[in-house]
Design a protein around this ligand. Structure first.
Ligand SMILES: Cc1ncc(C[n+]2csc(CCOP(=O)(O)OP(=O)(O)O)c2C)c(N)n1
Ligand SMILES: [Mg+2]
Length: 283
């Protein structure tokens, strides 16, 4: 790997000014600085504008169904746990239709990095409310305002004792890069909720709206304190903390499966006898 340009994929078809552009560039820089070459990692995504990211970055990839990125990512980790797996998803994709998979991937502690481009709207399908849309916001399909309270992904993840929970802001590239690098190198399920302006369909959460609210957690903050992390997560959103909000060091799903201790499944020969024996101890 010689240059950032080695990660170049197809030309992005996002709207000019979309918050997905800085996320893509920041991810490329993080991968470059970690020395991860295109063939050494896999990006899995579902459907949405955010989920198009692996088309725009040269890498191994699997682009699956809406809300269903985490199941193939789990399968990939079980087949080859030496291959880092990154999932790029949208707030609708991951917190809406894929919400069930999110809960169980966190609970199992699959060792994947999940980047959620949280623009608080369904971008690809042209502006319907997503689970993170602020209550009362008028959209095309909610002419009287979104009539449900918004999901708080950070408190949800801390409640599930997620191994790594962080929030970044798309336009704050240097800080976001440091969060993404830590998330990729963290052992265990790492959720990074990335606040991302949608210049076309979200007229509330704009670049200037975020600029007034987003701040960095400093080094005095202890991300290992779950109760403090939860307090921070449920604070009223007049000021929005970014950084690593919570982390712990627990066993990953892969570490709990004894046959994977020898070597990745992909490198093991197939024997029905050992497979049945393993299934017996596993279930
Ligand atoms: C099974 C299924 N349900 C619904 C859709 C329609 N659909 C595609 S993308 C999307 C929402 C996209 O929103 P989000 O995940 O927030 O991504 P964004 O486009 O905002 O980045 C929906 C509802 C679909 N393609 N497949
Ligand atoms: Mg969205």
């Amino acid at each position: 790997m010689n240059a950032l340009s080695d990660y170049k994929g197809q030309e992005p078809a996002w709207c000019p000014g979309c918050g997905n552009f800085p996320i893509l560039e920041t991810l490329k820089t993080a991968l470059f600085e970690l020395g991860m070459e295109s063939h050494q990692f896999t990006i899995v995504s579902g459907i949405g504008q955010a989920a198009k990211l692996p088309h725009y970055l040269k890498c191994n990839t699997f682009n699956g169904l809406h809300g269903r990125a985490l199941p193939p990512a789990t399968g990939m980790r079980l087949v080859n746990h030496e291959m880092p797996v990154i999932v790029t998803s949208g707030d609708g994709d991951c917190y809406g239709e894929g919400g069930n998979h999110l809960i169980h991937a966190i609970r199992r502690n699959i060792n994947v990095t999940l980047l959620v481009h949280d623009n608080q709207i369904y971008g690809l399908t042209k502006g319907q409310a997503s689970p993170t849309t602020t209550e009362g916001v008028v959209t095309k399909t909610q002419p009287f305002g979104a009539n449900a309270s918004e999901l708080n992904p950070i408190s949800l993840a801390i409640g599930l004792d997620c191994s790594f929970v962080a929030r970044g802001y798309a336009a704050d590239s240097v800080f976001l890069k440091s969060i993404i690098k830590e998330a990729i190198t963290h052992k265990g399920f790492a959720l990074v909720d990335i606040l991302q302006p949608c210049v076309t369909f979200n007229k509330l959460n704009t670049y200037s709206w975020y600029k007034e609210r987003v701040y960095h957690l400093d080094e005095t903050y202890n991300p290992y304190d779950r109760a403090e992390a939860f307090k921070l997560a449920i604070k009223p959103p007049d000021k929005i903390p970014t950084g690593i909000i919570y982390k712990n060091n627990k066993l990953t799903f892969e570490e709990r499966i004894s046959i994977l201790k020898e070597s990745p499944l992909v490198k093991q020969g197939f024997s029905l006898k050992t497979t049945l024996k393993e299934l017996d101890t596993f279930y």
